[in-house]
Each structure stands twice: as C-alpha cells, then as structure tokens.
Design a protein around this ligand. Structure first.
Ligand code: DGJ
Length: 729
C-alpha cells in the first residue's frame, strides 16, 4: 500500500486499496512515462507497457524519429510544442513569445499524509489514510519547475493529482494552459459518461461510445455550470453498473473546467482534466508559483456502482467538513416556492407556526428580504433588512421563529450587484466589465469583481453583519448568473487573463471566512438551482441545492445523475406543492416525500395553503426522515432500475455499511396494463443471511433477494412510490 520508488526499475508505484498506478522515469532522457492505471498488480517492473523498445524507438536509440516517438509515448504529463500532437497539459508564452514546454525529471519526495492546496479546496487525509508523492520536473530552457503531486488513499480506490508550477527564471512567463491530470490508456474501445444538463434539468447521465478524435466536456461560464458537470468517466464499452473497469475523474473546482477524452491514432486514449485554458492566462513573475486544482481519480473494477460508492465515501469522509459533516440536518421549510418575493414577517410567521406544529425544524427565508427587493431586478449588494417587509427587524423575526422551537436560516447572493441598488449607484465600477463596453445583464444583475480585495472585504463584512445580527443557523448562498464581459479594473492588462481563476479563489476565500467565523452555520450552496454542484463547493458546504426543478419525476433523472458522483447527504431536495411550478405535473405527496428522502429532505411550499390531506401526511414524512436519514446519509447507494433508461420505472437502495439493513425506494412513473407485479433484484446484501421485510414480515435470504429478487406489489397508477425496509432477521 502507499507509494514506493523502486530504484532498480526507476518506477513510482502508487497503490491504493485495489488500484495500482505506475509511473516510470525513462532513463535516457528523463521523461516521465505513464505505465499503468487499473486493478492492483504486484509487479514492480512492467515498463514494457510503455513500448520503448518498439519502433519508433526512444530517441536515445533513434533520434531520427524523435517526433514520432513523442507523438506516441504515454507521457505522464503531456507538454506543448515538442511533437506530442495529442492534447497537451501545459503551455506557456515565454519572454520571446515561444510556447513550448519540455519536462525532465529532477527529484521526488514521498511522505505520509496529504498537504493542503493553498487557497484551494481539496480532499484531505491524515498519515494513516494517505501517502503523497511530489515529482519535481524542470524545463531547463525556461527555468520552469513543474511539480506533479499525487496522493493515494489507503482504504479507497482513489488517487488524486494536482500540479504546482514555479517560475525559477529571471523573466516573466505566461502560463496559458495548466491542466491537472493527463493519462494515456491503451485501447480505444471505451465509453464515456458525462453529466449534461440545463437549468431545471441538471446532470442527466449521458453515456456514449468514444471514437477517434476529441470529445470534450467543459465550461467557460465562470461556474461549474448547469450544462456540464466537472466529471467524466471512461469505462469499458461493456461495463455495467456492476461489472467492468470504470475510471471516474472529478475536478475539485467551481469555475471554468476542461475535460477531454481523445481517441488517438495508435488506438490509445488520452484523458485530460483541468482549468479550461480558454480565457486563462496567468503571469508568473520570478519565483512565483501557480497551483492547479485537484483532480480526484477513482478506479472501479466492479462497474459504475462501485465508482459511485467510492466517490461517496471519499467525499463524506475526506472532503466535506464542519459541524454537519456526519450529522442529521434540520428539516427545513423554505419560502421560495411558497411566496416568491411576496412575503412579510406575518406571512413567514404563519408558515412557521403551522410548520412547527407538524414537526418541521427550521424556517428558511429566501430571496427578497433586503434592500428594496420585491422582484429579481433590484437591491443585490444592499445587504440590510427591508423593514417594510420584515417589520420589527430581523432579530424580532428570528426570535419569534425560535420561540416556536424552530431554527432560522437566510438566503444571500453575495457575489452579485443589481444595477438598481444603492451599492451600484455608489460604486458603478465594482462589477466585472470591460471599460468602455456596456456589460451584459443576466437576471438583471452584474457580477461583483471579487478579485479586488476591497470589494471582497466590503461584501463579506456586510454579510457578516447580517449573520451576526440574529440567531441564524443556516445560510443558502446563491449565485444566479454566468460571468461575461471579462475585465477587472483591479488588474493590469498583462494580468487580465487571471480574472476568472482569481474570482473563483475569491469566492473560496469568502466561503472560508464564513465557515470559520460561523462554524455553527449550516451552509447550503446554490446556483440558480444546481449550477455549482461540484466538489469544490462541497469543501465549504455539506449540501448543495440540486435543482430548481422540484417535481418528483424530473428529480429522478437529476438525482440519479447527481448521485452518480456526489453523496445523497449533499443533495438538496425538498417536497414542493403541485401542480409543480416548473412542469405543471401533479404527483402524490407521498412520492414527493420518497424522492426528497434521497437527499437532504425539506419542504418548499406554503404549508398553510396546501391540501389538508397533504398537510396531514407531513408528520408521517418527518417520522420517516428521522427513521431513515442516518442510513441514507451514511450507507452504500445502489442503482437498481433507472427511469432514464427504461422510461417507466425507477428504483434505488441504500445499504448500511454493516449490511444489516437496506432501504429500497421505488417510483413507478408509468403504470402498465395487465402485468404481474414488477420484480427487482437487490444489491450489496449478505448472501447467506436472512432479511426480514418490515412491512410484510417475510423472511428472505440476501442471496434470494439479490439473485431472484423481490416483488413490488400494491403499486397501482402513475407516479406511485414505495419504500421497502429490510433488516437482518
Ligand atoms: C435560485 C435558487 O435556486 C432558488 O431556490 C431561489 O433561491 C432563487 N434563486 C431566488 O432568487
């Protein structure tokens, strides 16, 4: 386990639980070659995999074909301009305007544990959990140092990578591209999974066959985006949820990213991931260092399901932090879909009164409580309470809510400024824009230039004032537009290409301050629904609002895609009213509860106005949440049937870590005429032990439940849901 340098073969061997990852220093020219990534092997020398003894031979044996060699060699970190015409990972512009980078191995260091990535979110682990390797390479011509950083996790099939680049020369160097991982795989017979979407339909699973050429998943929107999530998987074309090799790549970053799978001429496949080089140009002065964010790489030899469970374990234990890391979250009721902007103290208290009687534990006041905000066209930046609406002030409202035995949470959107705001009238130059051009509005708002410290400090202090003014225990941090008109008055022309990354760093800085100043606050990220559902955000907030689409049926696809990588404990999910505000669909209240149970669980409706029979069901749902949430938060998640594939029916389960208990959730989207009951096969149980069905009393072995299955009876009609709870008999 861990990481070893095997001097005899010039090999770095990185072993995690069932995974090996091997890097080799090719003697003669000191390139780093990628040897292997996959199921654990015991070998120390499998350098033959790099094919340096085949034509086109390694240059020291045949310099005549140096370019052909470069263009086929499995580089551990590909560089621009040398003759490797596949995707490069690093490119510069040096003082002479040249862009080539050529790296040679210099030294390395292996140590227990994992270092933080200065100012960036990253997975963490102590000396018993991880081992790290830093391989220092240099471009001797540029005097540029490139350190490849790896960590293996002992008990998980996880290897992380990041890159540090330092300018050791006297001259300025512009980094125009610096990706965080690059891996060459043999063969080309792979599929690719990505999570694609749009507003209200985030992270739908897309699986397709890869071919020759480049298939890209990326964003240039300044946020990780509704459209493409910073996740891709490369998998055997025959891999299923339960079988086959799967390699998952997830970027711990919340801004522009670039992920690409490239089918190459000699039937190899190159995977790269990192900050999108578009709109990126980072100036490195003498002795300055740039740190590229981390990519988490998960290998599974047991299909997509095991990859998912590995990501969940890693993120629950080694990424998410804070008081709520392993804790049940309070059941909240959010007033957004209940009132939109039309609320006041009285209205909120009427919701809270009814909600508290039903067992709901927290009231969250959404958008519209500050400045003069009665619609989405004003007041962002004016972070003081609108006393016309919140009569008696915030403290009074919070006190009243607390008196009902409920906690209080609040919505903020710190990164934005409305044209119609006191802040904008005072500081029209505080937004991101290009001098002389009219910046584009989006939801009638501009983006604050947080790369300027005085603006960041001002905004953070105004939010801090609000959070300190009352007993607030939850914050929903929203972000409702993409970044355009990229210009900053705080940056010199030679640094303008740094704006997007500096913006992301500033957001992280602000979140870091907030979580340190208010450790008791439960932070939920949000971006117009789920445009920032990424591991970078999870480092600061244990949960993220998944989508503005709260329809239980739409959520099946959204939550299936989201949970492919991110744990259920992180998925913001609420029961809302019907007809659903986004799609106009009416589903049973019960089913809405089952779907929200596979996330954080809460309500987003006017509890004083919903049908009585729905309201009457809330105490039962709350009991259900309290009964199952520990299991849902901490158990192993299995996909059983996917509505996205069969267009009729969905089922998933969560199995406790000790396999003593399983909760199965089924949603019959469309009823079928004249069939027997559906039968599903469970997963992850102990074959030779018996489980008791809590509802029917039946006692069935894990083996039978998994290989023969269980019948889903009493499901009649569209949109009907069902829970099955089994425990060791
Ligand atoms: C977008 C969020 O996703 C919604 O839940 C709500 O908070 C609105 N913004 C408020 O403007």
């Amino acid at each position: 386990m861990g990481i070893r340098f095997i001097e005899k073969y010039n090999v770095f061997k990185l072993d995690s639980k069932d995974t090996s990852y091997i890097i080799s220093i090719v003697d003669e020219e000191k390139f780093l070659g990628h040897v292997y990534f996959g199921k654990k092997v015991i070998d120390e020398d499998i350098n033959y995999l790099m094919r340096i003894n085949e034509p086109p031979y390694v240059p020291s044996k045949n310099n005549r074909d140096r370019v052909s060699f470069y263009d086929s060699f499995p580089f551990e970190y590909s560089t621009h301009g040398i003759g490797d015409f596949r995707e490069s990972s690093i490119r510069v512009i040096d003082k002479n305007g040249h862009s080539e980078v050529k790296l040679e191995y210099k030294s390395h260091e292996i140590y227990k544990g994992k270092k933080e990535l200065n100012g960036l979110p990253a997975t963490f682990g102590d000396e018993n959990e991880c081992t790290s390797l830093e391989i220092t390479c240099e471009d001797m011509y540029l005097n540029l140092q490139v350190v490849l950083v790896y960590t293996t996790f002992e008990n998980l099939d996880v290897i992380t990578r990041s890159v540090k680049v330092k300018n050791l020369s006297e001259d300025k160097i512009n980094l125009t591209k610096v990706l965080s991982t690059c891996i060459d795989f043999d063969y080309i017979d792979y599929d690719m999974i990505s999570l694609h979407g749009s507003w209200a339909r985030e992270r739908h699973v897309q699986r397709k066959k890869i071919g020759y050429g480049k298939q890209v998943v990326s964003t240039i929107r300044g946020e990780s985006s509704h459209q493409d999530n910073p996740f891709i998987a490369l998998l055997d074309s025959k891999a299923t949820d339960d079988y086959g090799n799967v390699y998952g790549f997830n970027f711990v970053y919340s801004g522009n990213f670039f992920a690409q799978i490239e089918g190459c001429q000699f039937n190899t496949t190159r995977v790269v991931m990192g900050i999108n080089p578009e709109d990126f140009n980072w100036l490195l002065n003498k002795d300055e260092e740039f740190i590229a964010p981390e990519v988490v790489m998960v290998y599974s030899n047991e299909g997509i399901g095991k990859m998912t469970r590995t990501f969940h374990d890693l993120y629950r234990n080694n990424l998410i932090r804070g008081e709520y890391k392993d804790k049940k979250r309070p059941i909240l009721i959010n007033n957004w879909e209940a009132t939109y902007f039309d609320f006041n103290t009285e209205k909120l208290l009427s919701i809270a009164k009814e909600a508290s009687k039903l067992g709901i534990e927290m009231l969250v006041m959404d958008d519209g409580w500050f400045g003069k905000r009665n619609a989405d066209n004003s007041s962002l930046g004016d972070w003081f309470v609108n006393e016309d609406k919140i009569s008696g002030g915030l403290n009074n409202l919070v006190d009243e809510v607390n008196k009902l035995g409920m906690e209080f949470g609040i919505w903020v959107e710190p990164e934005m400024i409305s044209g119609d705001s006191e802040l904008f009238r005072k500081h029209p130059d505080w937004c991101i824009k290009i001098p002389g051009r009219e910046p584009a509005l989006c939801r009638e708002q501009y983006v604050l230039d947080l790369s300027r410290k005085e603006i960041l400090d001002y905004i953070y202090d105004s939010i801090k004032k609000v959070l300190s003014s009352a007993n607030i225990t939850y914050v929903k941090w929203d972000m409702n537009r993409q970044l355009t008109d990229l210009g900053s008055l705080g940056l010199k022309s030679e640094n303008q290409g740094e704006l997007l990354h500096r913006y992301v760093l500033a957001v992280y800085d602000m979140m870091d301050r907030l979580t340190k100043d208010f450790p008791h606050i439960l932070l939920e990220n949000c971006s117009g629904g789920g445009a920032r559902f990424d591991p970078g955000m999870l480092y600061y907030s244990p949960q993220i609002w998944c989508s503005d689409d709260t329809d239980a049926i739409e959520r099946l696809k959204i939550q299936e895609g989201t949970s492919m990588v991110y744990p259920l404990s992180a998925i913001g999910a609420h029961v809302s009213d019907c007809p659903n505000h986004t799609v106009g669909r009416t589903t049973p209240f019960e089913t809405r509860g089952y779907v929200a149970l596979a996330g954080t669980f809460g309500y987003e409706l006017d509890v004083t106005r919903i049908p009585e029979e729905d309201r009457d069901m809330i105490p039962e749902q709350i009991e259900m949440y309290h009964k199952y949430n520990d299991l849902v938060r901490s158990g192993d998640y299995y996909r059983i049937q996917n509505f996205s594939e069969n267009n009729s029916f969905d089922a998933w389960s969560v199995v406790s870590k000790d396999k003593s208990e399983v909760l199965v959730t089924c949603v019959q989207v469309f009823e079928r005429a004249n069939y027997h009951s559906r039968r599903i096969k469970l997963k992850g149980l102990i074959e030779e032990k018996f489980y008791k069905n809590e509802e029917t009393g039946e006692i069935i072995s894990g083996g039978a439940l998994m290989t023969a299955g269980i019948n889903l009876t009493n499901l009649h009609g569209d949109f009907k849901g069902k829970l099955i709870h089994l425990k060791l008999a």
